[in-house]
Write a protein that binds this ligand. Structure first.
Ligand SMILES: [Zn+2]
Length: 374
């Protein structure tokens, strides 16, 4: 009844919302699983244009029926995260998520409409298997979709599984492998160190866990597997989608959100999404027009969009602290390229480049041009 009411409401709005009802039989126990998918038509356009890298996550406690609210988030061309679509499901299972993702794919224009290349999820088994099934290559020409786990989630899971003093050294090697190893050989060296400790202790349970859950799936969770892509290097946590789900809850009182009907939560989600759109429009205007105050002293900064200006000026401030504290300088590679993580992520001048410039005047006109037109 509530589903019908929600779908009727969606069908009768001037915004011409996209909506669909899905029902499947779960492969695990044959029971029925249901869901409602909805989105403003503009979100589908965004998903087509910006769906190259997509985040997906679910949240509980947004309606009295206890249905889960899922959100697909994408980053627009001005660096703002916006929802790309929403769905509500009665149960938490991979099959219904597969079905929902397929509907979004269809709405985007079938194969090739949603050019998904990277999907980031937390370590929910339902989401992991759903992404694999919904985006398995249909034809040779289809993009292979890489499914990645958030580094913060992997770190949390590892800390949970290797908790306590007993596993401190093992955990240290694995975290180094996760976060700091720059290639597969160095990554394997670190994991082998962890394995050696477990072998010496004959701790077969943890050793098997490490091999089965982590060694074989390194491409999905380690930092080195993302170093080829600056965008992937920039996104390490679930903040965009968690922030969105908090906004949904924050904009309604705790007691009222849990009393929402399905129609009620859908209306609420669409209202909050409009606020996100306004914020994105403001960021689009600021992108080329707003100036950081430092531009008056450093006019070359005016060539950069506002979000880049902010990143660079933050690095300049860090440089001042470094030089004041007499911190040791990291040496630069030829052509003023740095090996630090900020430079890897943004390909912009970092605090070490500024420090070298401040002390030795290493930057030339062509360096500024290279960064401005990257
Ligand atoms: Zn650097």
């Amino acid at each position: 009844m509530q589903e019908l009411e929600a779908l009727n409401w969606l069908d009768n709005q001037p915004e011409q919302y996209m909506s669909a009802k899905i029902t499947i039989n779960r492969s695990c126990d044959g029971t029925e699983s249901r869901g409602i998918i909805f989105a403003h038509p503009d979100r589908i356009k965004t998903l087509r244009l910006r769906g190259h890298l997509t985040l997906i996550d679910a949240t509980h406690k947004t309606n009295w029926l206890g249905w889960l609210l899922y959100t697909i988030m994408v980053r627009d061309e001005h660096g703002c995260w916006v929802p790309g679509g929403h769905f509500l499901t009665k149960k938490e299972d991979g099959d219904i998520v597969v079905e929902a993702l397929k509907v979004f794919k269809q709405w985007c224009g079938g194969y090739g409409g949603w050019r998904l290349r990277y999907m980031l999820t937390d370590d929910s088994a339902a989401e992991i298997s759903a992404v694999r099934q919904a985006f398995k290559p249909f034809m040779d020409a289809d993009l292979i979709v890489d499914h990645l786990l958030y580094i913060v989630h992997s770190e949390r899971t590892l800390k949970r599984n290797f908790a306590g003093k007993k596993y401190a050294k093992v955990l240290h090697h694995i975290i180094v492998a996760l976060k700091f190893r720059s290639n597969i050989h160095k990554y394997r060296d670190s994991i082998r160190e962890a394995m050696k400790i477990l072998e010496r202790r004959k701790d077969h349970k943890k050793l098997n866990y490490l091999i089965k859950e982590w060694w074989d799936t390194s491409d999905t969770w380690v930092s080195y597997a993302r170093r080829h892509s600056t965008i992937l290097m920039q996104i390490k946590d679930t903040n965009p989608v968690e922030g969105w789900h908090s906004a949904i809850k924050y904009k309604a009182t705790k007691s009222s959100i849990q009393q929402f009907s399905l129609k009620g939560i859908i209306q609420h989600v669409l209202t909050v999404a409009k606020e996100y759109d306004l914020r994105a429009r403001k960021a689009a205007i600021d992108f080329r027009t707003r100036r950081d105050p430092i531009v008056t002293e450093e006019p070359w900064l005016a060539d950069f969009p506002y979000p880049m200006q902010k990143l660079i000026t933050q690095q300049m401030k860090l440089t001042n602290d470094m030089v004041e504290d007499n911190e040791e300088l990291m040496s630069l590679e030829d052509e003023n390229i740095c090996t630090c993580s900020f430079y890897h992520r943004y390909q912009l001048p970092c605090r070490y480049i500024w420090a070298n410039h401040l002390l030795y005047g290493c930057l030339k006109k062509e360096d500024y041009e290279r960064w401005a037109y990257i």
